[in-house]
Design a protein around this ligand. Structure first.
Ligand SMILES: Cc1cc2nc3c(=O)[nH]c(=O)nc-3n(C[C@H](O)[C@H](O)[C@H](O)COP(=O)(O)O)c2cc1C
Length: 304
């Protein structure tokens, strides 16, 4: 069998393979993997950055639950200026595409961050419209109009292609996905974490300092998968899927359901090599099943 093709495209941009890490689960990379290993990934998505430095939420910020974890980090980060000066050059040196994740409290903040990043030659921005830990009344990605407006405005000022990261905390994610497409997003990231909480029954206190947080890990995989499938039915926009991907079989489910790319999140806390093991497992699956091109698998789900 000839060499297996793992290359995938988002719009006109080609990636060497469809595996990345989910924002916030790999920090700014340096602690987790050496550059030689990182270079094997399709892309890297560092932790979300904001306009100004943020301290994040009160501790405890993480609690383990049945088949998952709840986090309430609150986008602790040093702000876009310091990111551009101190983090981005090292990330860009690795030599694979960096998808920069950004979040703003207002549309204007999104625009100001995007403008600052215009000088940095970035192929993709991921707009985190869906962080459940910021105490805002309503998330951008819970409102079709706000989703459309934010994406459209950033598209107009940014030199980068735009990925919209959506929230699962909605009644109908396909409706929000269509608004993102209308705003001319180049791709969608599905999904962020699910609002969740856990209680210490002895002390009768929340186990998360901010009371609620976002659930991730295997517990959310079947729901995230159904959301990817649902969105795939209404739009052809490329999907970067995430939600409980622990091994290559999980990743394949998302690809078969319609994802062009997969991101590994919570699995990194158990095994930082998970993304590379998943890549290897996908390659072996393709070989064993005589599939010469991963693109043949994307959205190949057979239904009656
Ligand atoms: C500790 C932690 C921090 C996270 N921080 C961010 C973040 O800064 N920006 C973001 O878009 N998503 C963030 N996420 C969400 C993940 O990127 C991902 O969407 C979610 O965890 C689902 O994937 P998983 O189940 O594989 O972890 C975070 C998740 C975790 C567990």
């Amino acid at each position: 069998m000839k060499e297996i093709n793992l290359k995938v495209k988002i719009g006109d941009f080609e990636f060497q393979n469809p595996i990345t890490v989910a924002s916030g689960t790999f920090g700014y990379i340096e602690k987790y993997m050496d550059d030689a290993k990182l270079r094997k990934l399709g892309a890297i998505v560092p932790k979300t950055i904001t306009l100004n430095p943020q301290d994040g939420n009160p501790a405890p910020r993480i609690v383990e639950t049945a088949s998952g974890m709840i986090n309430s980090i609150g986008i602790e980060n040093e702000g876009v200026d310091s990111f551009i000066e101190n983090k981005l050059p090292k990330l860009q040196k690795i030599g694979i595409p960096i998808i920069v994740s950004i979040s703003g409290k207002t549309k204007d903040e999104f625009l100001r961050i995007a403008e600052k990043l215009n000088k940095c030659d970035i192929a993709f921005l991921e707009l985190n419209l869906s962080c459940p830990n910021l105490g805002h009344k309503k998330l951008v990605a819970q409102d079709s109009q706000a989703t459309f407006d934010t994406i459209k405005a950033v598209k107009e000022v940014s030199k980068a292609r735009i990925i919209a990261k959506l929230s699962p905390n909605v009644t109908d994610i396909s409706e929000i996905a269509l608004s993102a497409e209308e705003g001319k997003a180049d791709a969608l990231s599905l999904v962020n974490t699910f609002w969740a909480m856990a209680i210490d029954i002895k002390k009768r206190i929340p186990l998360i300092g901010n009371v609620t947080g976002g659930l991730s890990g295997p517990a959310i995989k079947p729901i995230a998968l159904s959301m990817v499938y649902k969105v795939r039915q209404v739009t052809r926009i490329p999907i970067i899927a995430m939600g409980g991907i622990m091994d290559y079989k999980d990743a394949l489910e998302f690809i078969i359901a319609g994802a062009t790319f997969v991101a590994v999140g919570t699995a990194n806390f158990i095994n930082p090599n998970a993304p590379l093991e998943i890549l290897k497992g996908i390659k072996e699956y393709l070989k064993e099943n005589n599939i010469s091109d991963i693109n043949q698998l994307i959205g190949s789900l057979k239904t009656k």
